[in-house]
Design a protein around this ligand. Structure first.
Ligand SMILES: NC(=O)C1=CN([C@@H]2O[C@H](COP(=O)(O)OP(=O)(O)OC[C@H]3O[C@@H](n4cnc5c(N)ncnc54)[C@H](OP(=O)(O)O)[C@@H]3O)[C@@H](O)[C@H]2O)C=CC1
Ligand SMILES: Cc1cn([C@H]2C[C@H](O)[C@@H](COP(=O)(O)OP(=O)(O)O[C@H]3O[C@@H](C)C(=O)[C@@H](O)[C@H]3O)O2)c(=O)[nH]c1=O
Length: 285
């Protein structure tokens, strides 16, 4: 039986994987939160892998605060690059397939067409740079890996744009949202399902893949869709801006081309608006 360890398991994606696991009764899971396994602690990681015979590791542990990373580069690199380096060499040592999640923010956003896996990376913020460094370590140190770059993750869990919009709308706060970036909101439940499908189908098509929902919009478009589908649009003071101030620069355009994942991994490509509706029907825990 395949035995899968999920790191960072109390994060947004980790929780979605817990839910998705119910659809994969043939897979055995060990979910480890940051308190149970700190991936920065090389000795603990090594010890865990030595004692268990994991066939796969899904690494969802990450430093994901894009704004804070600008003034906390050391920590972002420690988690997103150095700890990933260690995890990659441990997975290689114990013949564990590593499934790692990366980001659209490895690109600079200057493209006008969806990014493919072989496009040149050029992160424009600390978070993106730290994630790219993690990717490179995996490619150097690990023979059997899948790196799935995804974008604009949201779900019923954790901190994400969907939750921020709903919370602010609930508090009757006026919302001013940028039209300066175009990307694809991705339901983390879909990504969770995709990761488990890769494992279940025993794929050995290792490499870097893009996996997002389909279609594209701006953050403003995403906010508008959230409010529309929850019936809050007419009661919310929603405005567009092209001057929303942030510490971190973000790519102007970061739509990911999913063709490779569809062809080689047979993953489904789901429309972002459709998927948004399915998340809005779920309860958070
Ligand atoms: N969220 C998004 O929009 C996107 C995310 N991604 C990538 O997807 C992956 C999952 O993201 P998501 O679930 O949204 O992120 P979350 O921030 O919700 O989850 C990350 C989890 O990792 C934990 N963590 C942090 N440091 C460590 C550590 N040293 N050891 C173990 N666990 C740790 C965090 O714990 P704590 O909170 O206590 O620090 C948190 O529970 C990440 O790799 C992220 O870079 C890619 C594109 C978009
Ligand atoms: C809350 C808010 C944000 N914004 C802007 C800021 C920013 O440019 C954009 C998105 O804001 P956020 O800070 O929520 O999103 P951000 O943290 O940039 O989200 C990113 O997270 C990392 C982890 C990823 O890997 C990326 O794929 C992406 O999902 O929207 C507004 O214009 N108005 C608002 O009220």
């Amino acid at each position: 039986m395949k035995k899968i360890v999920v790191t960072g398991a109390n994060g947004q994606l980790g929780k979605c994987i817990r839910d998705a696991a119910a659809d994969f009764p043939d897979l055995e899971f060990v979910f480890l939160s940051k308190n149970e396994l700190d991936i920065e602690n090389a000795d603990s990681v090594s010890e865990f892998f030595r004692k268990n015979n994991f066939s796969h590791c899904i690494n969802t542990a990450a430093y994901t605060n894009v704004e804070q990373a600008e003034s906390d580069a050391k920590k972002a690199l420690a988690i997103n690059a150095e700890a990933v380096k260690n995890l990659a060499s441990i997975c290689n040592e114990y013949n564990t397939v590593l499934l790692h999640v990366s980001t659209d923010y490895v690109f600079d956003g200057k493209s006008k067409t969806p990014y493919v896996e072989t496009d040149i990376t050029n992160p424009i913020n600390v978070y993106g740079a730290s994630k790219l460094k993690g990717e490179k370590y995996i490619q150097e140190l690990c023979e059997s890996f899948f790196i799935l770059r995804t974008s604009w993750l949201y779900s019923q869990y954790g901190h994400n744009f969907l939750k921020t919009i709903l919370k602010n709308a609930e508090a009757a706060k006026p919302l001013t949202i940028t039209t300066e970036q175009t990307g694809t909101p991705t339901n983390a439940n879909d990504l969770a399902e995709a990761l488990l499908q890769i494992i279940a189908q025993d794929s050995t098509e290792y490499g870097v893949y893009h996996y997002s929902n389909s279609g594209e919009t701006t953050w403003f478009g995403f906010a508008e869709a959230i409010l529309l589908h929850t019936g809050k649009l007419k009661d919310t003071n929603l405005a567009k801006t092209n001057q929303y101030r942030t510490f971190a620069a973000r790519p102007e355009y970061s739509v990911l081309d999913n063709t490779k994942a569809q062809n080689k991994l047979k993953l489904k490509y789901i429309d972002w608006r459709e998927s948004l509706q399915s998340v809005l029907q779920k309860d958070s825990h």
